[in-house]
Write a protein that binds this ligand. Structure first.
Ligand code: THU
Length: 136
């Protein structure tokens, strides 16, 4: 578990926002509700939840929806992510999936990822979760 660069208040607010986003999750197929919250370099927080589809492969993860909301809120040219928190309704360990790791990486290589893990809330950097991200 890496050291947090956030204040305790920021960390708590991020976790609270991710938890609240669970209420909006649309997960009728898996019943696995996921909430995420992104903290940007401008200290704004944006939420996201997973949105599933009857055509399962079209389902979108909470992390990527939160990032899309951050881009809508702040604009594509300035967006830089400091941290992202992810939680789920089943209290099971849930770090971001591989696709989400690559999308998080796109918007900051030092992003702090806070997720519910095997030992409760855990911190990792995106570099730890995705050591060699793809860059074009
Ligand atoms: N899911 C997320 O939202 N984020 C993750 O990091 C892992 C998986 C969602 C996708 C799908 O709606 C449900 O969890 C079950 O895979």
């Amino acid at each position: 578990m890496s050291k947090s660069a956030l204040t305790l208040a920021q960390r708590q607010q991020l976790i609270a926002t991710a938890t609240k986003a669970l209420d909006n999750s649309y997960a009728p197929y898996s019943k696995f509700k996921v909430g995420a919250a992104v903290l940007t370099s401008q200290d704004n927080i944006f939420a996201g939840c997973n949105v599933e589809n009857a055509s399962y492969g079209l389902s979108m993860c909470a992390e990527r929806n939160a990032i899309a909301n951050a881009i809508i809120g702040e604009g594509k040219d300035t967006i830089k992510i400091k941290a992202i928190a992810i939680t789920n309704n089943q209290q099971v360990s849930c770090s971001p999936c591989g696709a989400c790791r690559q999308v998080i990486w796109e918007f900051g290589q030092d992003v702090e990822v806070i997720f519910w893990g095997t030992k409760g809330w855990q911190n990792s950097t995106i570099r730890e979760l995705l050591p060699v991200g793809f860059t074009l």
